[in-house]
Design a protein around this ligand. Sequence first.
Ligand SMILES: NC(=O)c1ccc[n+]([C@@H]2O[C@H](COP(=O)([O-])OP(=O)(O)OC[C@H]3O[C@@H](n4cnc5c(N)ncnc54)[C@H](OP(=O)(O)O)[C@@H]3O)[C@@H](O)[C@H]2O)c1
Length: 325
Amino acid sequence: MRAITIPTPGDADALVLAEVPTPEVAASEVLVQVAAAGVNRADLMQRQGFYAPPPGASAYPGLEVSGTVSALGASVTGWEVGDQVCALLAGGGYAEQVAVPATQLLPVPAGVSLVDAAALPEVVSTVWSNVFMTANLQPGQTILIHGGSSGIGTMAIQLARVIGARIAVTAGTAEKLEACRELGAEILINYRDQDFVEVLREATQGRGADVILDNIGAKYLARNVTALAVNGRLVIIGLQGGVKADLDINALLRKCAAVIATSLRGRPAAEKAAIVAAVGEHVWPLIEAGEVRPVVHRAFPLAQAAAAHRELEAGTNIGKVLLTT
Ligand SMILES: NC(=O)c1ccc[n+]([C@@H]2O[C@H](COP(=O)([O-])OP(=O)(O)OC[C@H]3O[C@@H](n4cnc5c(N)ncnc54)[C@H](OP(=O)(O)O)[C@@H]3O)[C@@H](O)[C@H]2O)c1
C-alpha cells in the first residue's frame, strides 16, 4: 500500500508518499481501507519532529480516518467487512489502509458523506472529552473557545450551542469570526486587535467564562485565569503559544477555579474506548439529526499532503482540511 512517510523531519516537503507494507491486524483490531484522513495540527508537529507517536503506534502521521472495513481481527465482534466507518487513531491515517482497535471505530453517521466523516473522530472526541466529560459545561454557562474557526473550534461551537451554552470565540479575521457566528457563537473577539479578557468581562457583566477551551497555552495562561468565572475550568489542549508560564495560584484559589491540560493521543486504549463510546451515544444522534455537522474547508489528494500541511500552516482554513486516497 502507499502511505505518507517522514524520512527526515522538516518542512511540508518532508512528507513523502512511499510504498510500505500493509499493516498487520491484531486480534482486537480491524483493517480499514481509507477513503479520507483528517489533517490535524498535531500532524504538523510530528512532521517537524516535535511530537513522536506513542509506543506501539504507526510511524506514519494521521489521527483520524474514514473508510471501509476490509478485514476483521479474530476477536472482533459487532463489525462486518464492508461497513463504512470512521476511526480515532494514534497514528497511521495518511495511508491507503490502517489497522484500528475496534473500540475506536464509529459508523459513518447517516447524512454525512464517507469522505466528510474523516473530519469527525479526532475533533469530536477531543471536544466531547474536554468540554463535556472533563469541564462539565452546563446549559446557560459561558464558554470561551480560542481559535473558534479551527477544526476543533468549529465543532466546539456547535456542541456548546446544542446544549444551550453562551459562546465566546477568538479568531484572527472578521471572516473567521463571521463563520463562528453562523455556527452559533455570540461573543466574537478578534484577538489581533481586541483584548479577550476585556470583551468577555463586558459581555458577561464581569462574571467571566465558566469554561475556556484553550489552544495557546503559555502565552494566554495569565489572561485565561483572569477571564475565568468563579468555579471556572480552563482546559488547555494546545501549546501554540508555548509551554512555560507563571501561574497565579492565588487568583485561581480565590475563584475556586481549575486548570487542566490533556492530550487525547497518548491516553490508554481503555480511556479512548470510553470517549469513543460516549461520542457515539451523545454526539452521533446530533449529527444524524442535522444539528451538528463536520465543517470541511478543503480536501487534497493524499499525494498532495504537503499542500494540505501548508494550508493549515498558513491558517487560511475554516474548519477541517482532509486528505483523500
Ligand atoms: N490535546 C488534544 O488532545 C488535542 C487534540 C486535537 C487538537 N488539539 C489542539 O487543538 C488546536 C486546534 O487544532 P486544529 O487541528 O483544529 O488546528 P487548526 O485548524 O490549524 O487551528 C489552529 C487555530 O489556532 C488559532 N490561533 C492561532 N493563534 C491564535 C491566538 N493567538 N489566539 C487564538 N487563536 C489563535 C488559529 O486562528 P487564526 O487562523 O485566526 O489565527 C486557528 O484557528 C491545536 O492547538 C491542536 O494542537 C489538541
